[in-house]
Design a protein around this ligand. Sequence first.
Ligand code: ARG
Length: 476
Amino acid sequence: MGSRKPWGGRFSEATDPTVERFSASVHFDRALALHDLRGSVAHARMLGESGVIPGEDAEALVRGLEAIRAEVEAGSFVFDPGLEDVHMNVEARLRERIGAVAGKLHTGRSRNDQVATDLALYLRDAARAARRGLLGLEGVLVERAREHLGTVLPGYTHLQRAQPVRLAHHWLAFVEMLARDRGRFADLEARLAAAPLGAGALAGSTLPLDRHHTARALGFEAPSVNSMDAVAARDGALEWLAAAAIAMVHLSRLAEELVLWSSAEFGFVELADAYSTGSSLMPQKKNPDVPELVRGKSGRAIGNLVTLLTVVKGLPLTYNRDLQEDKEPIFDSATTLRDCLEVTAGAVATLRVNERRMAEAASDPMLLATDLAEALVRENVPFREAHEAVGRVVGDCVAKDLDLRELSLEDLRAFHPAFPAPASELLDLERSLEARDLPGGTARRRVAEALEAAEARARAAQAELDAQGPGGGDAS
Ligand code: ARG
C-alpha cells in the first residue's frame, strides 16, 4: 500500500488501515471527478505550451485524461477507496492507461491548489444549477399567480387574519424572495472568478507555469492574487452554502403555508394526489408529506452552512486537512436544494385552489377595520384617535355579536362624530383591495404590473443562463 502513495518516498511504513478508512474521501469527492478532469486537462495543456514538459508528453496526458473523462461520463470508472481521494484515483488510472508519463501531470501542482480549483468549478456550476431551479419555481408561481389575480384571501400577520389580499399578490411575494435568492447565487459566482491553480501547496512554484493560461482555459477571469489565500480560503463555499440555506428557508416558509392551507381548518388548497401521501392506518388521510419534507430539509441546509463555518473558523493558514470536510455539506446542500425546488414547483403547479374557502375567510368584515379608521383620517381625525374609536366599535361588535357592516351612521357616530357614512358604504372588499393602489399594493392594476415585471425579469434571467450554458461538470 505504502508504495501507492504519492508521498511514499519519505515513508517507510504503510498507512494503518484504520487511518486509510478514516481519511479517505473518494466515496464523496468522486462527485468532483469531471471538474477535476477539466482542471487537469487545462494544467497538462499549459505544461506543454509553456515548455515545462515536452509537447508530446502533454498530448499523451490530455488524451489519457479525455479517455478517463469518457469512462466517468459512462459510469464505468471504478473508484478505488484504497486510493484515498478523487485526485489520486484519476492519476492512478492515468498511469494504467499511459504509463510512466502520467507522473508528469502533477508537475507544479499540489492537491491543495487542485482541490480548490475543482471546488470553485463545482460551485460555479452548482450556482448556475440553483439559478435555473429557482427560475423554474418562479415561473410556476407566476403562472399560478396569473390565474388568481381575482382570487381573494386574508393576508395574515401573527397568523391572524389581517387584511384581504389577492392570491396573486401573495404568491408574488415568494417570487420576489426567490428572485433575490437567484441574485445571491449570481453575485457569488462573480467572486469565484479567481483561479487557484498555480498556487501550488501554498507558495507557488519555481517552474515557469502560465497561470493566466489555465485561468482562461477554465473560464476564470484571472489567477488568484495570493497563493496562500488561494489554498486556504473557503469563503466562496461558505457564501454558496449561505445562499442555499436562505433559499431553503424561503422554500420552507412556502411549504409551511401549503401544509397549513391544505388542512381542514384552512381548506384553501388541495394538493394533487401525485404530490401527497396517505396514511397506513387512517384511510381518510391525505398528507402533505412533500411540503413537510421540504420544510424539514431546510434544517440540513442550515446545518451544512454552520458545519463549514465551524470547520474553517479556527484554522491557521494555509491548507489544513480539516478542509476536506467542506465537501459533504456542499454536495448535500446542492442535492437538497435541487430536489426541493423541483418538488415544490410540481406541488404548486398541480395544487387545486379552493377559491370559495378563501373568499369566505376574506369576507370577515373585521378585515376591513383599518379602512374604517382610514375613513376617519380622511375627515382629518388623527390616526391614533381614529384607531382608538374603531377599536371601540370592533370591541362592541364582538361583545354583541354584531356584523360590523350593519352599523348605521348613527351607530358609528356614537363612537366618533366624524364618521362620514354608514359602515355598509365604507366597507367593501373589492373597493378595499382597489384602494391599495400604491406601488407594491393589492389593487388589480398594481398586481398585474408586478406580474408583468416578474415575467420580464424571468425572461431576461433565462436568456442570460442560456447564454452561459450548462457548465462543464455535473454539479446537481
Ligand atoms: N482530499 C483532500 C481535500 O479534499 C485533497 C487535498 C489533500 N491535500 C493534502 N495536503 N493532504 O482537501
